[in-house]
Design a protein around this ligand. Structure first.
Ligand code: CIR
Length: 244
């Protein structure tokens, strides 16, 4: 497994956010370094672009499965140049497919569990984006299943995340979809649903004890990480990497 991450740009304090809060870029870089170290797999770093304040949220720029990377067209206009540099780096490892206007899709809306890719219908991901996702991945043996999201949810993986090929985290109260086992995340800890599971280890945002306990009881080695600065920009753990 290789992880691709993208450095935190100097302009990160200008990243998109629903509720503005002062971002400490130096602290974000420290948290990013700890994240990289915690991944426990070889990491390839894509250089930051200061013209793209959200570029460290690399997950949104590509969906990788079955040996192909679908380079996205992010739903936020300010992010639509982010995929260019990522495509160049991923192209050294996997086949590349693209999407074009009017399609938009953010990688944070896509959750692969086994041979199924669940995709959130969100303000960032439209029907043309979902159709392109299906066009690329269904011939490769993956099923694409859309999931409706409430308007206030940024991305599908704000409320769930994969735990291997047969389990997910899911915030209590979010309607169930799929037929896998669920580790419930209490609504009061909903930010912690966005975990990054790598084998038997699971990276989790620090400060969410009920979710950490539930994951430990589910058999995971729980690795808490500080994410305060990324959270201010509406980001979490999966957003910061692409794993292939
Ligand atoms: C945005 O609004 O696009 C960024 N500030 C946050 C993106 C987080 N990405 C993700 O959850 N995959």
């Amino acid at each position: 497994m290789i992880a691709f991450v993208r450095d935190v740009p100097t302009s990160f304090a200008k990243a998109l956010c629903a509720t503005p809060a002062a971002i400490d870029v130096a602290e974000a870089r420290r948290q990013h370094a700890a994240y990289r170290a915690a991944l426990g797999v070889p990491v390839t770093v894509v250089a930051a672009d200061d013209a793209l304040p959200d570029c460290c949220f690399i997950e949104d720029t590509a969906v990788v499965a079955g040996g192909v990377a679908l380079i996205t067209r992010p739903g936020a206009a300010s992010r639509q140049r982010e995929p260019d540099a990522v495509a160049r780096v991923l192209g050294e490892h996997v086949e590349i497919a693209h999407m074009s206007a009017p399609a938009t899709l953010d990688g944070g809306d896509c959750m692969r569990v086994g041979q199924t890719i669940y995709v959130g219908r969100s303000a960032r991901t439209n029907e043309a984006g979902i159709a392109r996702l299906a066009e690329v991945f269904e011939p490769r043996g993956l099923r694409v299943v859309p999931v409706d999201l409430p308007r206030e949810v940024l991305h599908l993986k704000c409320v769930c995340a994969p735990l291997g090929d047969d389990r997910i985290t899911l915030v209590t109260g979010v309607p169930r979809f799929g037929s896998f086992a669920v580790v419930e995340v209490p609504a009061a800890e909903s930010y912690a649903a966005n975990v990054l599971a790598i084998g038997s280890r699971v990276l989790i945002a620090d400060g969410f004890p009920q979710t950490a306990d539930a994951l430990a009881r589910a058999g995971f080695d729980v690795v808490p990480l500080a994410t305060t600065e990324f959270r201010k920009a509406d980001g979490a753990l999966t957003c910061l990497s692409i794993l292939i």
